[in-house]
Ligand binder design. Structure first.
Ligand code: CP
Ligand code: NVA
Length: 304
């Protein structure tokens, strides 16, 4: 059976426990300039239908460090942008590479690709989910504060792909999410793909959502693909800017996270993202270490 990583719920708690330990080991080796080339001769295809900095660099550098190589495709420079059926693309690409990462629009597109792929497919962001980011974020939380089980994460902002993925993670790893979104941008439980509402609570006031939280996190007001709504969103989200007051309402030990790219003065104030509670650079770096563990796991299973 091929193991895909299309959403956070594709792996269970014990698999995550393994991945977080493995990522820590892989990171230690990287920092010590020790080789960790468990994927030599393997090839990863990276397919981007949306822009990226972190996702591309982390997967590409990570694969080379593991002894493998990458092929980079975008909509503009491949037949993907000229209406070749996704199923045909999946059949062809997956005969030539060992692993595929896709960043695209609808989740149904990546699911269709995976259904016709001979090799594991990884979600590098869709409109609905961003599992690799939350994998790295939780790894980062554990590095700084230990287990996330029983903790509270405050989500301030759009009920988007990041929010949905946090909700899935909360169900699997046993923590709570306090969600505050402007009206019209709420979480849709059926899109988030969660079993119940037990692991999250909705707050009208973003500061209340932050009260006592162990981690405060947010994201851009306008995600990729929603640019036409930019002006409307700027008005609706004006009060959903993480500021010093919200951080002061959180637990004194609270961390601040943002998947990046960030817009200072919109969803977060500069003194928060550039302040002492922010771990955004660790989060970004940890994309690479966590995804190296993920790629190895999907291709080789658990390693001793
Ligand atoms: N956080 C994240 O996925 O960044 P990129 O869009 O730069 O890949
Ligand atoms: N929610 C953002 C995340 C970017 C990494 C987007 O989808 O554009």
């Amino acid at each position: 059976m091929i193991k895909h990583y299309l959403q956070f719920s594709d792996l269970d708690a014990s698999e995550y426990a393994y991945l977080f330990e493995r990522a820590a080991l892989i990171k230690r080796r990287f920092k010590a300039y020790e080789k960790h080339q468990t994927l030599s001769d393997r090839t990863l295809a990276l397919i981007f239908e949306k822009a990226s900095t972190r996702t591309r660099v982390s997967f590409e550098a990570g694969m080379y460090q593991m002894g493998g190589s990458v092929v980079h495709l975008t909509t503009g420079d491949s037949q993907l942008g000229r209406a070749e059926p996704i199923e045909d693309s999946a059949k062809v690409i997956s005969r030539m590479v060992d692993l595929v990462m896709i960043r695209t629009f609808e989740q149904t597109k990546i699911e269709a690709f995976a259904q016709h792929s001979r090799v594991p497919v990884i979600n590098g962001l869709t409109n609905e989910f961003h599992p690799c980011q939350i994998l790295a974020d939780i790894f980062t939380y554990i590095e700084h504060r230990g287990s996330i089980a029983g903790k509270t994460v405050a989500w301030v902002g759009d009920g988007n792909n990041m929010a949905n993925t946090w909700l899935q993670a909360a169900e699997i790893l046993g923590f709570k999410v306090h969600v505050s979104t402007p009206r019209g941008y709420e979480i849709d439980q059926s899109v988030a793909g969660i079993r119940s509402g037990a692991s999250y609570q909705v707050f009208k006031d973003p500061k209340q959502a932050c009260a006592g939280a162990d981690l405060v996190t947010t994201d851009v007001w306008t995600s990729m693909g929603f640019e036409a709504e930019n002006e409307e969103r700027r008005k609706a989200f004006a009060n959903w800017r993480v500021d010093a007051g919200m951080m002061a309402a959180a637990d004194p030990q609270a961390l601040f996270m943002h998947c990046l790219p960030a817009h200072r003065g919109e969803e977060v104030d500069a003194d928060v993202i550039d302040g002492p509670q922010s771990v955004v650079w660790d989060e970004a770096e940890n994309r690479m270490h966590a995804q190296k563990a993920l790629m190895e796991y999907l291709l080789l299973g658990r390693q001793d």
